[in-house]
Design a protein around this ligand. Structure first.
Ligand SMILES: [Fe+2]
Ligand SMILES: [Fe+2]
Length: 303
């Protein structure tokens, strides 16, 4: 494929960017709970017209916390996957080994960063918010799939981060600057990951027949279904957190509306934005046009 990504250039970009957790969280760098954390295109709290503006802000921040936690979760499967992928061919190419280990190191840092932010959130928000997990169980379930399916899921996640930041976060002046800084720093390193994922997908697909490639694509869809089940559970957690944080009990019809809107908001955030990303579709197309068509035939459900 003519994307032009190489291990050497990706490593060079990554080394030029490198930041430390201490530089972006702690000390006077605090969350401002008077501001939203998530852009409305992902949070979709405005359609819930039975909530007042303060309640919408609370729900937006609950979604922000869940966003960090869900990223923490998925990065716990990405880390061992990348390490294993690197380890299988350590002698092949020094740039490959270094770029993949750098990727793994950054992901370990992101996991820790998200934990630090979660501590800050819990200290400032005042209500304990549940999130899906535990991370080890989710990682185990995902890693049990065909490596090509796992690599496609990883590709999806990292391009999704690019899209969230560029399309929705970068120019949103309403967001809390501290939360935005976290998303920006994450985005800066994730772009290298997305390129390395492309190379991983290509390497895992090399030598496979079309039928074998499509088996990997079906496993990517299966992992998506597994994540979708997690999102349904997360919406229930968010509803519970919302009621406790605002001390407002929603009526049955309001709960129904909350579930419907928020499930679709979560689907768009974590599934639709990745499945419809042009770079993901181009990589699928490069494997076989059938792979792209298969994903395009179902992606509308998650938008
Ligand atoms: Fe990350
Ligand atoms: Fe990443």
């Amino acid at each position: 494929m003519n994307h032009g990504y190489t291990y050497q250039s990706t490593l060079a970009s990554s080394e030029a960017i490198h930041w430390r957790i201490e530089d972006i969280v702690g000390g006077d760098k605090r969350l401002d709970f008077s501001k939203p954390f998530m852009p409305e295109t992902l949070a979709r709290v405005q359609p819930l017209t039975f909530l007042n503006s303060e309640e919408k802000l609370t729900l937006n921040q609950i979604r922000g916390n869940a966003y960090l936690c869900i990223f923490g979760l998925v990065e716990e499967f990405i880390l061992p996957f990348v390490v294993d992928h690197a380890r299988a061919r350590l002698q092949d190419d020094d740039y490959r080994t270094r770029a993949l280990l750098q990727f793994a190191g950054e992901e370990a840092k992101h996991i820790q960063l998200f934990k630090r932010f979660r501590e800050e959130f819990e200290a400032g928000f005042g209500t304990q918010c549940s999130v899906i997990g535990p991370p080890e169980a989710i990682a185990k379930a995902i890693l049990a799939h065909d490596p090509l399916g796992v690599a496609l899921t990883t590709l999806h996640i990292e391009w999704m981060v690019q899209r969230h930041y560029i399309d929705s976060i970068k120019d949103d002046q309403q967001l809390d600057p501290q939360f935005k800084s976290l998303l920006k720093h994450h985005w800066m390193e994730e772009v290298q990951h997305a390129k390395l994922d492309t190379l991983m997908v290509e390497q895992l697909a090399a030598g496979r027949s079309e039928e074998e490639i499509m088996r990997g694509v079906e496993e990517y869809i299966e992992i998506g279904g597994f994540i979708d089940g997690g999102l349904k559970q997360q919406v229930e957690f968010d509803l519970d957190s919302f009621e406790r944080a605002t001390a407002r009990l929603l009526t049955d019809s309001e709960k129904e509306e909350f579930r419907k809107q928020q499930l679709q908001a979560n689907r768009w955030t974590y599934l639709g934005t990745g499945m419809t990303h042009e770079k993901v579709l181009a990589t699928l197309q490069g494997l076989t046009p059938k792979a792209r068509q298969r994903i395009e035939s179902i992606s509308a459900l998650f938008c």
